[in-house]
Ligand binder design. Structure first.
Ligand SMILES: [Ca+2]
Ligand SMILES: [Ca+2]
Length: 494
């Protein structure tokens, strides 16, 4: 399988050169460039993913037309800080013990000796550039790239919160600031656009990470105006959906940093929060459009791989819950698209895939030597044939020995205490009806259980002084923290 795509591309380029192509034979052997676009906390509310009927994402949709669109892709961990290093080192959370918001990537012993994705490209002849949020916000990004522009951030905040007066400072939504150019995402985008005007004497790898639609859900008013509040359609939610979830799963997703669902509903803020999320998505889509224009204007556009993904999904009230940190599809499922030279465009893939697979896939597409430490798998076979047999389900881990597995049709969850959930997406795409415990699903559940990781490393030590952490929740020890829930001035945001 390996190198087939590159060879095909090189072959096509050589043929062009033989026919008197203007690019010359030199271009025929050049490895493809890579543009990697990471979006923060974006679920499938994108036109081409069909997650919300009102969302306006013309540029993501445009990218989908040159890509293979992965409709069943999932994150390694449903929270930024462990998800990003897992995919960038190829080491699963269950291998490293890195599960929550502390410690930062650079402090985790198990990553030492791992070569991150951009470093691997640099070691193998690429010029690497990055800007925005690639690793989690607290980690310095510069050491991992040849050049790094502005690092992403949550951006400016008003003196007083707009919609959710209590709780974590990042948890708010509303129209702010006045202009796009006040947004860090805008500034990162401008830096990326400048790089895309340059000529490079090596193949290039450019990583661009947008911080929206991560909270605070602030963008200028004009983006809100695209979604009139009165017309907002709320997500499909089943009342009392959590009643058939095991206690461990309910405790794990009690919600600490985000507002309680009941607060949002009782204060008439649900539509407003949905409006704000949609507005943030369209703002990011607009920035992406400029980047796609810049790439398409380059002479090497046809020899550029584009990978687009979000680091995990996001609840907007589904299962009476907000944000991430769950093992349900709403948290684990990510939009993922891969466009590469020589491959068919506008393809749909429903096979289970994972952000962990991006590292392997890029190594494969760019004909780099194999990195044997990676725990993902190359998706090139699926890029070539999206409907081919694909056995391995997609694994998401949240806390030690809490796992979700997604196969093509089913979701299986097993918590640390042995309790389980099982959903049939063919008949229940919202995961409303937990089938675990019904004897007729025993065999299917056993099939899924076989794929649980054999290694479940204890949680790595937290950074000293990092304070409250979600891990107590995630280990099902809700009672320890009940006193903290009232005030809700806890947690670290994402
Ligand atoms: Ca995130
Ligand atoms: Ca339910």
């Amino acid at each position: 399988m390996k190198r087939r795509t590159f060879l095909k591309t090189a072959g096509a380029a050589a043929a062009t050169a033989a026919l008197g192509g203007l690019e010359g034979a030199g271009a025929a052997i050049k490895q493809p460039n890579v543009l990697m676009i990471a979006v923060d906390d974006l679920n499938d509310w994108i036109g081409c993913f069909g997650g919300h009927p009102q969302v306006k994402t013309p540029n993501m949709d445009r990218l989908s037309k040159r890509s293979t669109v992965f409709h069943n892709a999932h994150c390694p961990a449903p929270i930024c800080n462990p998800a990003r290093p897992a995919m960038l080192t190829g080491l699963r959370p269950s291998t490293t013990g890195h599960y929550f918001l502390s410690p930062n990537f650079e402090e985790v012993e198990a990553y030492k000796g791992a070569t991150t994705l951009p470093q691997y490209f640099a070691e193998n002849g690429y010029h690497t550039l990055g800007t925005g949020k690639i690793f989690h916000g607290g980690s310095p990004h510069k050491p991992y790239f040849d050049e790094f522009g502005p690092q992403g951030s949550a951006g400016p905040r008003p003196e007083e919160k707009i919609s959710y007066p209590m709780g974590h400072p990042l948890w708010d939504w509303g129209a702010y600031p006045e202009r796009d150019d006040q947004m860090p995402d805008y500034q990162c985008n401008e830096w990326a656009l400048k790089q895309l005007e340059r000529d490079f004497d090596k193949p290039w790898f450019l990583a661009l990470g947008y911080s929206r639609p991560h909270v605070p859900l602030y963008v200028p008013q004009k983006w809100f105006d695209m979604y009139p509040l009165k017309d907002i359609i709320l997500p499909d939610v089943l009342a009392k959906d959590r009643e058939d979830v095991p206690k461990y799963g309910r405790d794990l997703t009690y919600g600490v940093t985000p507002p309680p669902h009941s607060w949002i509903v009782d204060h008439g803020e649900w539509k407003h929060a949905v409006q704000a999320y949609l507005a943030c998505i369209t703002f990011v889509d607009h920035l992406l459009g400029k980047v796609l224009d810049a790439v398409e204007a380059r002479g090497d556009a046809d020899n550029t791989v584009i990978v687009f993904f979000s680091d995990h999904g996001f609840h907007m009230g589904e299962k009476q819950y907000w944000a991430k940190r769950s093992l349900w599809d709403r948290s684990t499922k990510v939009p993922m698209m891969i466009s590469a030279p020589g491959l068919d465009k506008h393809q749909r893939c429903d096979k289970p895939t994972n952000l962990m697979d991006i590292y392997n896939t890029l190594v494969d597409l760019c004909d780099l030597p194999e990195n044997s430490r990676l725990e993902g798998q190359s998706l090139v076979p699926l890029l070539e044939k999206p409907k081919r047999d694909w056995e391995r389900p997609s694994l998401t881990t949240f806390g030690q020995n809490n796992h979700g597995l997604r196969s093509e049709r089913y979701r299986y969850i097993r918590y640390n205490d042995g309790s389980e959930e099982f959903y049939d997406h063919k008949h229940d795409p919202n995961e409303w009806h937990n089938l675990a415990g019904q004897p007729k699903y025993d065999d299917l559940m056993a099939e899924h259980r076989k794929w649980l990781p054999k290694v479940n490393t204890p949680e790595c030590p937290k950074t000293e002084g990092s304070g409250w952490e979600a891990s107590e929740y995630a280990q099902g020890r809700l009672d320890l923290l009940a006193k903290d829930v009232e005030g809700r001035i806890v947690g670290e945001g994402s």
